[in-house]
Design a protein around this ligand. Structure first.
Ligand code: DX5
Ligand code: ZN
Length: 214
């Protein structure tokens, strides 16, 4: 299992210390949640903060844009040196073009689905993308309760990927903890995002290692 801790739950007053912990840990990636107050009812951090994070972080950056028209920011995200750019299906009218632009900028492309968006919406894009990010809570806030039907969505997505021969990874985001993580692993998840479960722990590095061993 790959693990992508979400910086949203970190202590923003001590970002250097928090990213130092991520660098020392066995985390695979660092998940960065950008919100615009329009696509989601919250605002997190923007590019000036992300640039500082990118300078400090030694792990590949997994950027999750919860913003309208995310394709406008392909260049800015690629300038960070990001490995993965995740855009919401619901925010992109021309999703295929956005995926092409992300690839042309040298990044991997992830498509994110809100809890109410069915897996079948991915039929015509699954062959072209590197990852599907399934929201397992409504996007916008950390620390929310896992939405149960997400387990079925993971299984449906695993079937779609196997049927089409797509190489896309399955990442889940929201409410990942000791109870939900093993069930998500059993359903076929490749990457776990975890915010409050990691950063709220007394020993975050151990929590990351435990999730990775699933
Ligand atoms: C929510 C964000 C998540 C968030 C997850 O909109 O996309 O990445 O940080 O937080 P937890 O793991 O606390 O549910
Ligand atoms: Zn996220």
């Amino acid at each position: 299992m790959k693990v992508s801790p979400s910086l949203l739950a970190a202590d923003f007053g001590n970002l250097e210390r928090e990213i130092g912990m991520i660098n020392r840990s066995t985390a695979d990636w660092l998940h960065l949640d950008v919100m615009d107050g329009v696509f989601v009812p919250n605002i997190s951090f923007g590019f000036p903060v992300l640039e500082a994070v990118a300078r400090l972080c030694q792990k590949p950056l997994d950027v999750h844009l919860m913003i309208e028209r995310p394709e406008k920011f392909v260049r800015e995200v690629s300038r960070l040196g990001a490995m993965m750019m995740n855009v919401h299906y619901e925010a992109c009218v021309h999703l295929h073009r956005a995926v092409q632009e992300i690839h042309d900028a040298g990044m991997k492309a992830g498509v994110t689905l809100n809890p109410s968006t069915p897996v079948c919406c991915l039929e015509s894009i699954i062959a072209d993308i590197d990852m599907v990010l399934l929201m397992t809570v409504n996007p916008g806030f950390g620390g929310q309760k896992f939405i149960e039907h997400s387990i079925d969505k993971v299984k449906q997505l695993r079937q779609l990927i196997d049927r089409t021969g797509s190489g896309a990874l399955i990442e889940v985001d929201g409410g990942v903890n000791a109870e939900t993580a093993p069930r998500l692993a059993a359903a076929g998840v490749d990457v776990l995002v975890a915010g409050s479960y990691v950063f709220g722990a007394t020993n975050p590095e151990q929590v990351i290692a435990e999730l990775r061993s699933l």
